[in-house]
Design a protein around this ligand. Structure first.
Ligand SMILES: N[C@@H](CCC(=O)N[C@@H](CS)C(=O)NCC(=O)O)C(=O)O
Length: 203
């Protein structure tokens, strides 16, 4: 088995944080996004979508998409449960993970990819107006998240889950996108400090 990794990029980091929380070690191969290695014929043969992460299994199967990779390991190593246990908890974690992807991580990525000069060759064409359209969406969602985090320690409830991983990676991705969590979002700041203090956050 081999995990194609992408350095500081957010989606591969989601998988690394997940694996660290589980205590699972997987051989990795770095894909140099700066050198556009993901667009090489050799990597396109592994993942035709030309994105990282991707997990190649020993039988030749390739699993791409960070959450699909995490779910693969969750099925093999259910403890500690990071996707929940029981119908209600599983659905709540799924809901929050999707919200954090769709309303936080993706809009931040759109801002970064459509404004940063280093992304010129990856995001073709760069559309600065799309970055601007996403700016208010990030702030609106942070306010929603802040209201929900008032009553609980983690994004989806009393325990740390994959939704916290998506949230941590999204909030950390705000820095290179030149965004910051507003002072008014005190609950988001408290939660972010707590999840950042976990050893897995350095993965
Ligand atoms: N939905 C995918 C997104 C993967 C993705 O966009 N990965 C980025 C790094 S964070 C990438 O490979 N970018 C290379 C490119 O855009 O050419 C996932 O969850 O794994």
């Amino acid at each position: 088995m081999k995990l194609y990794d992408g350095g500081r990029a957010p989606n591969p980091r989601r998988v690394r944080v997940y694996l660290a929380e589980k205590g699972i070690t997987v051989p990795t191969e770095p894909v140099d996004l700066g050198a556009l290695q993901q667009k090489s014929a050799a990597y396109a043969a592994i993942n035709p979508v030309q994105r990282v992460p991707a997990l190649a299994l020993d039988d030749g199967t390739v699993i791409a998409e960070s959450i699909a990779i995490c779910r693969y390991f969750e099925a093999l190593h259910p403890e500690p449960p990071l996707f929940g246990v029981g119908a209600r908890e599983i659905a709540e974690i799924e809901m929050w993970n999707r919200r954090l992807e769709l309303h936080l991580l993706f809009p931040i990525a759109h801002i970064f990819r459509n404004t940063h000069p280093a992304m010129k060759e990856m995001e073709v064409p760069q559309v600065p107006a799309w970055a601007e359209a996403n700016r208010p969406r990030v702030m609106e969602f942070l306010e929603i998240l802040d209201r929900d985090l008032k009553d609980r320690p983690f994004v989806a409830g009393d325990r740390y889950t994959v939704a916290d991983i998506t949230g941590l990676v999204a909030v950390d991705f705000m820095k290179p996108a030149k965004l910051a969590v507003p002072e008014t979002c005190a609950n988001v700041r408290r939660w972010h400090a707590a999840v950042s203090a976990r050893p897995s956050a350095s993965a």
